[in-house]
Design a binder for this molecule. Structure first.
Ligand SMILES: [Mg+2]
Length: 203
């Protein structure tokens, strides 16, 4: 096994847990719809997919959500509720700072949206300490599309087994493996940390 040159982290459910039910129940207090309906509107919905692919702006996403939900409030209020769904996964955040302290370049590779990124940047200090960020909405493509994987190689200047990629979704991991990346299918932090150790990066 070759020692990787850079480590690529998925964000959701690797570094941060998220739960759209939190946003749905907080939005429900200011809408004409039930929390359950609102969760359906947001979580894995075609509307969110368009937003995270960069096909619609934040203003348009908000306008659509407002139309479909009857939300009483402005974009600032909506954004604050919509994005406040994350909690840190401390062992993986520590793993990241461990890699940084050893001089290993690190990247964030995420299907996400501008409201979430703005919130995460303000709320979580670890988030600024990466060498680069590959966000779906900035590239008009979602993981596991090859085009977005290419963006990772382009930004990091690494390819093939020079990259170690950690993600909790098997279709994403498969896309990385297809390109020759070293991969870890994240399930629980102890196993992921052990798998990183085996690459020699923490020695
Ligand atoms: Mg994930």
């Amino acid at each position: 096994m070759v020692k990787p040159k850079a480590v690529v982290f998925d964000l959701g459910k690797v570094l941060l847990h998220f739960d759209f039910a939190i946003a749905a129940s907080n939005l429900a207090a200011r809408c004409n719809r039930s929390a359950r309906d609102l969760q359906e509107l947001l979580d894995q919905s075609p509307l969110l997919h368009r937003y995270e692919t960069g096909l619609i702006t934040t203003e348009r996403f908000f306008a659509e959500c407002q139309r479909l939900s009857g939300f009483r409030g402005d974009l600032t209020e909506f954004g604050a509720i919509f994005a406040d769904i994350f909690t840190p996964i401390d062992p993986i955040i520590h793993l990241h700072s461990d890699l940084r302290s050893r001089g290993v370049p690190t990247y964030i590779f995420s299907n996400t949206n501008p409201l979430a990124v703005g919130h995460i940047r303000r709320r979580f200090e670890f988030f600024e300490h990466f060498d680069g960020y590959i966000f779906s909405f900035e590239h008009g493509a979602m993981k596991p599309e090859p085009r977005l994987c290419e963006a990772v190689e382009h930004l990091s200047g690494c390819r093939g087994d020079g990259l170690l990629y950690i993600d909790d979704r098997s279709e994403n991991v498969a896309a990385g493996r297809l390109r020759g990346w070293q991969t870890i299918l994240h399930m629980r932090p102890p196993e992921t940390i052990e798998a990183v150790r085996k690459t020699g990066l923490l020695a």
